[in-house]
Design a protein around this ligand. Structure first.
Ligand code: GDP
Length: 364
């Protein structure tokens, strides 16, 4: 599961990527500075993990991670192969969620590809390229379905109606995620086509230092423009946060953040947001050797969760011993949880809850 960073050139994508992954992707003041898609693996900040560490005092602590891809080079005309467009659209197709960076800062020294700062226009430029690509997808599919529908095939007629709704929406500038359709129709006809504009999206407003907390007029406009998309809008001073990551000590970084009025880096919020956007959640294992956060899709069963540790755990799954995170923390240790009768034994059907602390019993 990975989230892709998209946006026009010079909006701060690679600065954000650097800041998130501490990987040194190029960042320069001209378009196409990052030509290969860059992939980074980022720890997911989670205070629960710190709390468990305090209680268990293990040798090692391993956080959950999320994969972030910096997808540069999306420009006007990309869907027609302009710039390095088509290749990048292919890269976006392989992601599971989109972080759409919008330039919400003024700076005459940093060139804007379209000559002025206007996040709404920028968003529409990117959306249009993605929508044009999806339009190709839906038209191809419609050609096939239409023939079957003409022969009177009821199923095909239903599918045709759904696809036509999508086509009409895309032509009017509506992304697939915002087209009104039933859950069933989506599952049956829409999801298999893997539309780019159907991927969950989060908008990242890149602002200057002073606007990290309060936002600015650009941010207000973005929020108003995406109100109907049910998407999260995160405000982040990307350049400033990149500077903060350069500081040596934790205390220095914390002081800098407090000066900005932040209790934690905005990037932490962004990463957690990306994790949620990918529909992921966390369960923990907690032992003296290791306290660890494991990543599962929301709705995973106990055996599936065990399978994330090792496929043999899933195959040979017998049962899981589960402690709710709140019980673990309020009682303070596994032994006390057991004494209080709060450790549950769960079987194959158990749907794991975010924060569960688990042990697995399995046959080898
Ligand atoms: P990309 O083309 O979207 O990957 O953009 P870059 O990350 O390479 O950023 C383009 C330029 O804008 C670089 O010179 C960055 O240092 C600068 N930049 C990025 N974020 C900010 C910001 O929040 N404020 C200001 N003033 N400059 C920024």
């Amino acid at each position: 599961m990975k989230a892709g960073i998209v946006g026009l050139p010079n909006v701060g994508k690679s600065t954000l990527f650097n800041c998130l992954s501490n990987a040194k992707a190029q960042s320069a003041n001209f378009p196409f500075c990052t030509i290969e898609p860059n992939i980074g693996v980022v720890n997911v900040p989670d205070t629960r993990l710190e709390k468990l560490e305090e209680l268990v005092n293990p040798e090692k602590v391993i956080p959950a991670t999320v994969e972030i891809v910096d997808i540069a080079g999306l420009v006007k005309g990309a869907s027609k192969g302009e710039g390095l467009g088509n290749q990048f659209l292919g890269n976006i197709r392989e992601t599971d969620a989109i972080l759409h960076v919008l330039r919400c800062f003024d700076n005459d020294n940093i060139v804007h590809v379209d000559g002025s700062v206007d996040p709404i226009r920028d968003k529409e430029t990117i959306d249009m390229e993605l929508q044009l690509k999806d339009l190709e997808t839906v038209e191809k599919k419609l050609d096939k379905v239409k023939r079957a529908a003409k022969t009177g095939n009821k199923e095909a007629q239903k599918e045709e109606a759904v696809l036509l709704a999508i086509k009409t929406g895309l032509e009017a500038g509506t992304s697939v995620r915002a087209v009104e359709l039933s859950k069933e129709d989506r599952a049956e006809y829409v999801n298999p086509l893997q539309f780019i504009t159907d991927k969950p999206v989060m908008y990242v407003c890149n602002v200057d230092e002073g606007a990290a907390v309060s936002g600015n007029d650009y941010v207000d406009k973005v929020k108003a423009a995406v109100a109907n998309e049910n998407a999260e809008v995160v405000v982040l001073a990307v350049g400033t946060e990149a500077d903060i990551t350069e500081l040596e000590t934790y205390d220095e970084r914390q002081m800098f953040l407090e000066d900005l009025g932040l209790s934690e880096p905005g990037s932490a919020k962004l990463i957690r947001g990306a994790y949620k956007l990918l529909n992921l959640e966390t369960y923990f294992t907690a032992g003296e050797k290791e306290v660890r956060a494991w990543t599962i899709p929301v709705g995973a069963t106990a055996p599936q969760a065990a399978g994330v540790i090792h496929t043999d755990f899933e195959k040979g799954f017998i049962r899981a011993e589960v402690i709710a995170y709140e019980d673990y923390v309020s009682l303070g240790s596994e032994i006390k949880v057991k004494e209080a009768g709060k450790m549950r034994v769960e079987g194959k059907e158990y749907i794991v809850k975010d924060g569960d602390v688990m042990h697995f019993r399995f046959n080898v």
